[in-house]
Design a protein around this ligand. Sequence first.
Ligand SMILES: *[C@@H]1O[C@H](CO)[C@@H](O)[C@H](O)[C@H]1NC(C)=O
Ligand SMILES: *[C@@H]1O[C@H](CO)[C@@H](O)[C@H](O)[C@H]1NC(C)=O
Length: 841
Amino acid sequence: MKGVRNIYHHSYTFLLVFFVMILFRPAFSLSTLSSTESLTISSNRTLVSPGNIFELGFFRTNSRWYLGMWYKKLSGRTYVWVANRDNPLSNSIGTLKISNMNLVLLDHSNKSVWSTNLTRENVRSPVVAELLANGNFVVRDPSGFLWQSFDYPTDTLLPEMKLGYDLKTGLNRFLVSWRSSDDPSSGDFSYKLDIQRGLPEFYTFKDNTLVHRTGPWNGIRFSGIPEEQQLSYMVYNFTENSEEVAYTFLVTNNSIYSRLTINFSGFFERLTWTPSLVIWNPIWSSPASFQCDPYMICGPGSYCDVNTLPLCNCIQGFKPLNVQEWDMRDHTRGCIRRTRLSCRGDGFTRMKNMKLPETTMATVDRSIGVKECEKKCLSDCNCTAFANADIRDGGTGCVIWTGRLDDMRNYAVSGQDLYVRLAAADVVEKRTANGKIVSLIVGVCVLLLLIFFCLWKRKQRRAKAMATSIVHRQRKQILLMNGMTLSNNRQLSRENKTGEFELPLIELEAVVKSTENFSNCNKLGQGGFGIVYKGTLDGQEIAVKRLSKTSVQGADEFMNEVTLIARLQHINLVQILGCCIDADEKMLIYEYLENLSLDSYLFGKTRSSKLNWKERFDITNGIARGLLYLHQDSRFRIIHRDLKVSNILLDKNMIPKISDFGMARIFARDETEANTMRVVGTYGYMSPEYAMEGIFSEKSDVFSFGVIVLEIVTGKRNREFNNENNLLSYAWSNWKEGRALEIVDPDIVDSLSPLSSTFQPQEVLKCIQIGLLCVQELAEHRPTMSSVVWMLGSEATEIPQPKPPGYWVRRSSYELDPSSSKCDDDSWTVNQYTCSVIDAR
Ligand SMILES: *[C@@H]1O[C@H](CO)[C@@H](O)[C@H](O)[C@H]1NC(C)=O
Ligand SMILES: *[C@@H]1O[C@H](CO)[C@@H](O)[C@H](O)[C@H]1NC(C)=O
């Protein structure tokens, strides 16, 4: 009986859904064109993508009609795709419809002017055309896409669109400019990938003549477009595998419109919509320098440098092929070697900040590093130069050139190291000239410096001991004195950095007043680097971090570093508001964040204080973006070194802010090179290579990030586990056995809990997988933060399978440094466990 009732029930529901669908059909089919419908010029109907971003329809320019796509909401039409660009309709009669499983565009005489030209068999009905949210116009049957406009770009690359080869179908997707501002027909310029040989790179052609190269992809950007900044809201990706070689980008903030275009003057530009000005703002364009960027402006064996006259220069060890021509400023024939390569006993000259030479004659091996690359080049008599294929992580992979070195230029900053092979005679010449003398001088200097440093350090220590006792006794007087030196300092810093960004210096007296003379009631927390107080300055709530006085860093150096950090501005970083400095006192003034740090929201005992899944996912994303910004901002790379949940603060909108960023880096400066054995971090978050060998890199931050992700998902602290059975191994063993969801915080899985309403198993699994990827044992296996952000932000990306995590077991030979003040809580909440661990070697 029960079963029969169920069947009735089901068919009833089905009918209801069916009627509702028919009733609301017009609203539902805004973005789709079914096989019975058509789009005509006269009907004025358009397709609109879900989310209202893109609109597809007919448009007229130069008294011709085209089928195209533009941004729905932006004023002024910006066309991102044109179907029949080279075959316009000559009058206002035109129809787009599905006919014979194909999408066709018919003119007034019902002749097809454009079609998807599909000849696939096994197509099933119904076939529909649909405009997707990302601007991809697709033709599909129930089994999937048959055709997509993303495969046939016009002059614009939208987010998620791929430029380059699909090796499975042999399709090369490239851009061709418009002919002029009102003529969408194929113009003179095209921008396409070349994968003939060696490292793939993009070329700009003008009527089939190569006019500009982007240079190969170096892991972060194209070697010849150093202008390509790392933007906080954008992730770039260049994929090279057996299925495809393609470039794509993703915009992580939905309210930002950005695109890449080859314009009809031949520039490849990144444009981002600026609502306040109602314009497309060019972020960068390439070629950027008309002097040095045109292809082969300097002949083979020479490179272009905008800061020299003439612009073309021979590579060291090379001379002009024809001196007379060269002196007449004709550099087209370039330079040749002074001495021919002999194959044995050759050496190399390092050229810094280069755009790498043309790669058609290059081969690449991604498995070896720069040392092996040098060996490989030496053992190949045809090798003329080599370089790293990927500049991340200090450089990996090996590109080897044979034959000529073409189309190089030199940059003032950025660019890449290129090692050019030279005959022994050309290398040795230089070495004997300076080599021995230089090494002697350097040796003596180092020795002298060491002696001075030791003497100075001893003196400092004594002075400090005396000073501290004075401070205690005569506090009032010292404050007065500090006020005086403060004004001196201010003068100094102004003079140093005229016209540059300047961090407000805040009067010591004001800080003292705002924190009620550093009263204990205002204490927010205590950390390795000092005590944090709450204060109020000009009505604004601030957090004052008073650095401990053991730091021997000079005032100037401190200012420089703080200014540097103050320039880091990102929604996911705590903002520095100012600093206060004096010979002895150094304080950092931060924005005060009302909410507590992330740990109290994760590990709180009561359900009401805990976060739901959506909040956790948003926070994970925010931390990833903040960290990506620290790691990859074009100006400087910062390794946080002490990332942990208690260093993630939440503002009133629950936006995560990484705090204490870069502090580790600042404070590492007051130690000498010999002292880098000192490992500062938090037990439970340190990567194995950092904890055991003191090696830190971006990948050690990635490791800490992975631990944080797993803590966010599970609601468990890593250090609540014991050594052998920690959070990482717990997550790993469950993952391996396909029981990953069992580690998720029970409160967000429990269907009775109010926290579970946003629970998304797929998203949670993705986070666990990413977390495990980040804590893999070998640093080189861990993803970079840009891949992490990419993986978190995109739904389609295939995420690699993680390898076992790395963790280290604290052995008895690790001691806590008794003299270090860092063995206490370094955060704004209480009960933390931050320790400085000294390697016992
Ligand atoms: C996205 O961009 C808009 C406009 O620039 C900005 O107002 C907003 O805060 C950004 N959102 C995030 C999450 O970054
Ligand atoms: C093409 O791009 C360059 C570089 O952004 C710009 O200077 C030029 O005005 C653009 N040309 C057109 C026609 O938009």
